[in-house]
Each structure stands twice: as C-alpha cells, then as structure tokens.
Write a protein that binds this ligand. Sequence first.
Ligand code: SF4
Length: 348
Amino acid sequence: MDMDSLNLWYQKIARPLPWRENHDPYRIWVSEIMLQQTQVETVISYYLRFLKRFPTLKSLAESDEQEVLTLWSGLGYYRRAKNLRKGAQYLLSLRGEFPRTRDEILRVPGIGPYTAGAILSIAFDLPEALVDGNVQRVFARYFGFQESVQSSKAQKFFWSKAQTWVNTATSPRIHNQALMELGSLICKKGTPLCHQCPIKPSCVAFKKNLQQKLPIPKNRKPSQEVHWLAAVFHKTLRGKDLYWLKQNIGTQWWDGLWEFPRVDKPLKQKWNDSVKFLEKTYGKDFHYIPLNHAQHSVTHHKIRVAPYLIHTSKIPSPIDGKWLTPDQISQLPLSALAKKIFRQLPMC
Ligand code: SF4
C-alpha cells in the first residue's frame, strides 16, 4: 500500500534536523512556527540560537519581547515571534503542560490547525491531521484535485484525506512527517522527482502526466509597490559614530522593530526629486548624501527605499527616537530594510 511505502521511505531518508532530535513539544512548536513561510536551511541557525537562549517554555514565557524579536530578526513575520512568547505565557499558566486535544491546544495564542496537528502528532504520536503547503501539493497531485487549492472545497478535501490517512497510520508521528518530507524533497514545486516517489503507483498526476498543471494555484493578489525615503541621521560624539533610530509602535509592518526614520514618497514622484522632497520634509539646512536603494517584499507589497545619510547633531522635530552606536544597533531587533541600510554604513 502506498502509505506503508511512504512511511518506510521516510524512515530511510529523513533528514537529521535539530528539531528531530527528540519529541519535546516545546522544541517542535518553536520549529513549526519558524518553518512557516521559511526554508529549512534558513531556519536551522535561527532555531539553534533561539533554543540556546530560550531552552525551555518557562524561559521563553519569562523573556523580554525585545530580546525575542532580536533573535527573530531576519526571519520576518514577527507576529509569529510575539505569539510564540504569548503562547508560552499561556501554557505556563497551565503549569507548562501542552494540552493533548485539538480543541484545547487551539486555545494557545498563535497555534492554528496546522501547528496543532504538528505538535499533537509529532510530539505525542496522536492521530491528528496536518495540512500545509507541501501536503496540499502532494494531495492535489496524488488525488488529481483540479480546483484552486485556496477554495473551501479544496481545504475540506485535503483535511479530510489527511485525517483518513493519519487515522490508519501505525505511527502518526512518522506518517505526518513523511508526508511533509515528501512534499519538501520529492513532490516539489515546479518539476517533482516522480521517479524517486514512494507513492507514484497510485498517483493520478503521475499516471495522467498532470504534474506541471497541479496544484491549481491560488488567485494571487497583484503585487503593490511602495516607495519610501529613509533619513539616516549621523553624528560623531567623542570619536564615536551615532545614528538616530526609532522604534515602530503599532505599525502595519515590523511593529516593535527599529528603523531609520522614513518618509512616504508618492509613487508618481520621480526618484530624482527625492532630495527636494526631503528638503520639504526636513528643511534645506542639511546635505543629503544618497546611499544604495534597498528592497524588500512583505506579503503582496514590494517596498523600495532610498536612504540618505545626513550629518547633523540636531534632529528635526517631531521625529522621535534616539542616538545609538553601531554596537547598540546590532543588538536591536531591526526591520529587514533597516538591516540592509545599516550594512551600507561605512563604519559597520
Ligand atoms: S508521483 Fe510525482 S506528482 Fe505524484 S505524488 Fe509523487 S512526486 Fe508528486
């Protein structure tokens, strides 16, 4: 049967990843949250650093949010880190025990249906389904599912199949990991490696040569451009470089992280006119020195920022923030764009 072949295959090829060293639910939870929207190769070093600093649920629950964000800085989707910390606090209030039912574990902040299935099956070997992007792709091809994976019909179909499969697995822990590993290593996006696939005998896409057509993608929102100018205020004090940074509070992106003050640039305005625009905002008393543009994508927004170095000891009001040395800046949770700008500064 295909499912037995899949599970045997996984036991032979499973990658020795750090979160697979034991079945500690806390470690599995941290890894699953980090792995959302992020590649395994990227996550490994973040995971090891995070676990070194916060080896237990208690240590994370009692942590400072800024420190958690600093360790997360660069992984993106910072709400994940904040919810992880909140979730740890919630669990500590339950004596630090992870619930063992889906209904109860879904009450933990930041734990949704996928993470609930991952923790319950991988940590406790319970027959609870999980469906992520990898599983959707495998199922859409294996069952020849011909509708958008986004539709509620598709979601119902995938979850129901995932539950049926895991119910009959000898080890739900092995089975769910096998399914995800198959999506990650073999049934890849683009061209899958069907000749290496343990479930190809019954795969509809393989039999009908539909691998390239399935899954039917989500209807993606068109990407929107956003343009900013960043003011990199700089001064030297007693031989030390200092830069002015501010912390984002309640912002749409990078809430709680630190940035160089920014100004929205109207899209219709040319980049050549940026200095005029800065002069209008901050005045003509400064010399605006252009740095390299930086880019970053968040959800369906493409953000492009033109940073300008400004040597001054007086910050124009009402910009809040504080003067910081490069050493202090490197200890802070920075937004992805602030990191890219920071790396360009001559003394860093
Ligand atoms: S046979 Fe190919 S398309 Fe089908 S599940 Fe395996 S890798 Fe995916």
